[in-house]
Write a protein that binds this ligand. Sequence first.
Ligand code: HEC
Length: 300
Amino acid sequence: MKSILPKSIRWKVGLPMLFVGLLSGLGVGYYTYKQEVDDAKLLAQEKIKTALTFSKASRAYVREVLRPKIDQLLASASGCIKEDFILEAQSSSFFTASIFRTVSEELPDLKLRQVAFNPLNPKNNPDETEAKIIAFLRQNSAKEYSGVLEKAGDRYFFYASAVVVESGCLKCHYSVEAMPKALQAIYKPTQDPKWEVGKVQGAVVVSMPFEKVILRAQLNGLKNGLLVFGLFFGITLMLLIALDRLVFKPLELLERRAEEIAKGNVDEPIEIRGEDEIGRLAQAFERMRVSIKKVMDLLK
Ligand code: HEC
């Protein structure tokens, strides 16, 4: 049976080294890829959580500070009626969305959505994925929910916070009749929102594209893997070149000279110097050639 293993020592040494290089390259590549992906995921989650915390704080500020203050001012100002409404300062959703638009200009990956069933602004109607998030928060009576969601074939990291209805919300989110006239004029609601106190009505959702983050990690993994493989490839190449010059080339020369001696060509000396094993082998060959030449000269 013919062996499939290479006959030359060059390849007996070189192939296993290249193989080890390839395996280590793959190993390191995969390890850094995993590490990068884990780190990137964690970082993305933290960024999103920070953005969400800011959004929640901004909502709370309008609800607890700005709106009551402006309500008070409107009630006492001459020429104003209790029903007046300043959207820019009294709606926590409008206020927060406006601030977040500036944030998104600086950090375009971050997106904020404030959604609710039966919304005042039809733009804030939850899509299929957002409806699922609200359903999850409702069913589990959870305050927050995070993970990866899919939208139109793209994946996103998301962090969601439940919007729970309080009695104060009903002033604008219960019936068309009860809400400030200004709101009726802006949104022209056709039916009563009828939010219920204590119920999870919607969610504040911050998201970030998943694929982009992962792609960066994949590229880094690939880069590190190739680097390690390249390192092994370089070392193997250098070793093979050194072996070629120190061992294989002199051995081939010796082989050729031995063939010539066998054919009777004993006049030319073997010129391989050096104190190493190959050098000593060459010297032994040279002594053998000289002996053979002496015997042949005697026989002439
Ligand atoms: C003074 C009126 C007012 C009160 C009180 C009010 N909101 Fe709103 N809310 C608005 C307006 C106006 C919008 C629409 C803003 C926009 O155009 O994005 C809105 C929008 C929302 C939205 C986005 C969905 C939608 O309806 O468009 C959520 C969620 C929300 N409010 C939650 C609350 C909660 C929770 C409370 C009580 C803690 C509350 N709101 C109290 C005026 C109010």
